[in-house]
Design a protein around this ligand. Structure first.
Ligand SMILES: [Zn+2]
Length: 268
């Protein structure tokens, strides 16, 4: 849609990087204007009116003025800060990962209401203390849907036959999902998928997140589905999310650095 000279929008910060002496460029996701980069001039000076507000893990209301390279942030109001999310390192690291996936999925200046709503909901759930792994899998599955790449977990992607509980399965992300025991599929290692993992993948597609949160699951099955969905997202987005390394360090109990404030920032 045509963007007026000065406009107001809801926004969530996806990533950011410092520019020059005191400026910062933020990548925002907004419902109506999609993803956009904007510059906050002087924000790193102590007296800046914007300082402290233009932060990730919050729903913001942002006033922007059209600029030549980047639009310019002129005002920021915090609509909702997800403070509980920030308090727990694994939730915060997961939030960065979800933001990076959104950043990689969105084209600039294309309306993105469904994806905005998805990220917003995921942050609410993390803020409420839901297990970060469950939120992340639920988000990945719905993001794949939004991208038109819903994983096939009901039929074989090769022969289109309904999968049966008594057969063996393989998870082949480049083909879009599960290959049955009868089809040859591509020669590959590490693609076996257990029946329990298949059931959990189906649950992520069919159940709402509140129901998923109450499932009692073996760690091994959760890990199997995590690996499967990571592979799937890597193929769907054609790259490895950079924020995963930090998330893995947090979960192993020894983060080497503070959370990167700019997991997906690429200074233009
Ligand atoms: Zn088949």
């Amino acid at each position: 849609m045509p963007v007026p000279r000065r406009y107001v929008t809801d926004a969530i910060v996806l990533s950011r990087f410092d520019l020059g002496e005191a400026d910062r460029v933020v990548t925002l996701v907004t419902p109506d204007y999609g993803k956009l980069k904007a510059i906050a001039k002087g924000i790193r000076r102590p007296a800046s009116r914007l300082g402290g507000s233009l932060e990730p893990f919050a729903e913001l209301s942002v006033v922007l003025a059209r600029g030549r390279t980047f639009d310019v942030v002129t005002e920021v109001h915090v609509g909702h800060a997800w403070l509980g999310l920030r308090d727990r390192l694994e939730s915060a690291a997961t939030a960065w990962y979800l933001a990076e996936l959104a950043d990689r999925s969105l084209e600039e200046r294309h309306a993105a209401q469904p994806l905005y709503d998805l990220l917003h909901r995921a942050y609410e759930l993390l803020d409420a203390g839901m297990a970060p792994g469950r939120v992340a899998r639920w988000y990945e599955m719905h993001l794949a849907d939004e991208l038109g790449q819903r994983p096939e977990v009901d039929r074989c992607v090769e022969c289109d036959r309904m999968l049966e509980a008594t057969e063996t399965f393989r998870w082949i992300p480049p083909l879009g999902g599960v290959v049955c025991g009868r089809c040859p599929g591509p020669p590959a290692q590490r693609t076996g998928l257990s029946l329990d993992a298949l059931k959990l993948l189906k649950a992520y597609q069919r159940l709402d997140i509140e129901a998923i949160a109450t499932l009692r699951l073996a760690d091994a099955v959760e890990r199997e589905v995590e690996a499967a969905m990571r592979d799937f997202m890597r193929i769907a987005l054609e790259r490895d999310p950079r924020s995963l390394a930090f998330l893995d360090e947090v979960r192993a109990g020894h983060p080497s650095t503070l959370p990167s404030p700019s997991p997906a920032a690429t200074p233009a």
